[in-house]
Design a protein. Structure first.
Length: 466
């Protein structure tokens, strides 16, 4: 039996991974392209997280169990290997209470019983170890009696002696102890059976090493066990379920969604909904299933008949066809955001190229007089606008200008002057794929600086200022 999977773990994994990647992208974009790039990258990250979360929710059904069933190629892991993998994953979160033999099912003997009588009890039930109770009853476990010790006593003619003289110490563990911790404790202290106690110190049940191993590899049935299936499928999709079957196992095998609470078993759920001890045939409807109490043994529910009362929606879908409008909305919004983001990124690349080409055109111009510098600047602007057009952008929405020309002498186009050109482009607030831009606009810009070559012929000034 396994603990219930937490709700939507795949959703959390996808969201966490996407938000983490988005944070890195935002930081890189802010460094590379300034605040506008960071803002656009943030929009893309949020949209990506929303789309990824929706896809994970719709396609994966939101449960870790479904993720394990659907991961990998169909023939990568066979059914047995996949079941073992599920058990190993769930083993770490399982507590002793979930696998113990409950108190009503415990077989115990009084500490003052004769050794011969206890041998009969062991033969009748097929056990090799039994807890022995003191005068306080089952809440007063004074030790464990082993079959091999009784056999040795009978061989030595001590069959009439009380088993209290042959007891071995009992180990006690809380019902909330996790199985990996208990398994290590059993290996280190070399014991195979432990008495489980509740928060008040009373006996809640017992657990054996075999119970822990069965949690990993499945039921181990020997020649003395009478196999009684916990869940017996019925024609039509229903099932007969033992009252002590864990809810997690029922939900997993029957693809049900029975609620969790202060109860661990199907019988506990039925008790909670009825609020009284049920009688044979009494029913209650829970989460699309009709639960009918059968085989009532005193105050204990021996078996529950489960019948589906509502058709099950397609596995792996959230609301079936109801998810289609949400998926369509996500697709449309995501397309708009991605298109607008790409428009900004492409414009940023275009203005970078324009500023670079304008600057290089200017510093490489042949200028021998003052009027030639103005012509070189005009040619540089033309080169920048041509670079904008080469990127598929409208030159009419762009501006290219020389924003600075720094030289120690204060002159303009001279040797060693640092020339800076700035290019900007007006980007629409909203861009529709294959249609165009709409709404307001904002500018993206870039600057590029270079030195006028001090060793090139045809450049005024001298190299002394360099």
């Amino acid at each position: 039996m396994r603990r219930p999977d937490p709700p939507h773990p795949t959703l959390f994994v996808v969201l966490g991974a996407t938000v983490g990647v988005a944070a890195v992208v935002v930081g890189a974009a802010t460094l590379a392209y300034g605040k506008v790039g960071g803002f656009v990258a943030a929009l893309v990250g949020v949209a990506g997280a929303f789309v990824a979360a929706t896809v994970a929710n719709v396609r994966l059904g939101g449960t870790a169990a479904h993720l394990r069933r659907s991961s990998g190629p169909p023939d990568a892991i066979d059914a047995g290997g996949r079941a073992l993998l599920d058990s190993i994953i769930d083993f770490g979160d399982t507590v002793v209470r979930e696998i113990m033999v409950p108190r009503p099912d415990m077989v115990t003997v009084e500490a003052d019983f004769r050794a011969a009588d206890v041998v009969e009890v062991m033969l009748l039930n097929g056990y090799s170890r039994l807890p022995a109770c003191g005068k306080g009853g089952i809440d007063d476990i004074v030790g464990l009696v082993y079959a091999k010790d009784l056999m040795r006593a009978e061989r030595d003619g001590l069959e009439d002696r009380p088993v209290s003289e042959m007891l071995r110490p009992a180990s006690f563990v809380p019902e909330t102890k996790r199985l990996p911790e208990l398994l290590r404790e059993m290996q280190q202290q070399q014991f195979h059976m432990a008495i489980v106690v509740d928060e008040y110190g009373g006996t809640a049940g017992l657990v054996t090493l075999e119970d822990i191993i069965e949690e990993l590899v499945g039921e181990i049935v020997d020649e003395y066990d009478v196999e009684d299936p916990m869940i017996e499928p019925l024609p039509g999709g229903g099932a007969l379920v033992r009252g002590r079957t864990p809810l997690a196992e029922v939900n997993d095998l029957l693809h049900a969604d029975l609620p969790e609470g202060d109860w661990d078993t199907v019988g506990g759920l039925l008790y909670s909904r009825l609020s009284h001890v049920p009688v044979e045939g009494e029913t209650v409807e829970v989460a699309g299933w009709r639960l009918t109490a059968q085989r009532i043994q005193g105050r204990r529910i021996g078996r529950v008949r489960m019948t589906r009362v509502t058709p099950r929606s397609d596995e792996g879908m959230v609301g079936g066809a109801e998810a289609l409008p949400l998926a369509l909305l996500v697709f449309v919004v995501g397309s708009l955001i991605v298109a607008s983001a790409w428009s900004v990124i492409d414009a940023k690349l275009a203005v970078h190229a324009a500023a670079r080409e304008a600057t290089r055109s200017y510093v490489e111009a042949q200028v021998t007089e003052a009027s030639g510098a103005w012509a070189a600047e005009a040619d540089a602007r033309a080169a920048g606008l041509a670079a904008i057009e080469a990127h598929g952008r409208d030159p009419g929405r762009a501006e290219v200008a020389r924003t600075s020309s720094e030289h120690p002498s204060g002159e303009g186009f001279v040797r060693c002057a640092r020339v800076t050109f700035t290019a900007s482009y007006e980007v629409p607030a909203l861009t529709l794929p294959w249609i165009g831009g709409f709404g307001g606009s904002f500018d993206v810009s870039a600057r590029h600086s270079e030195l006028v070559d001090p060793f090139r012929d045809g450049v005024p000034g001298d190299t002394t200022a360099c």
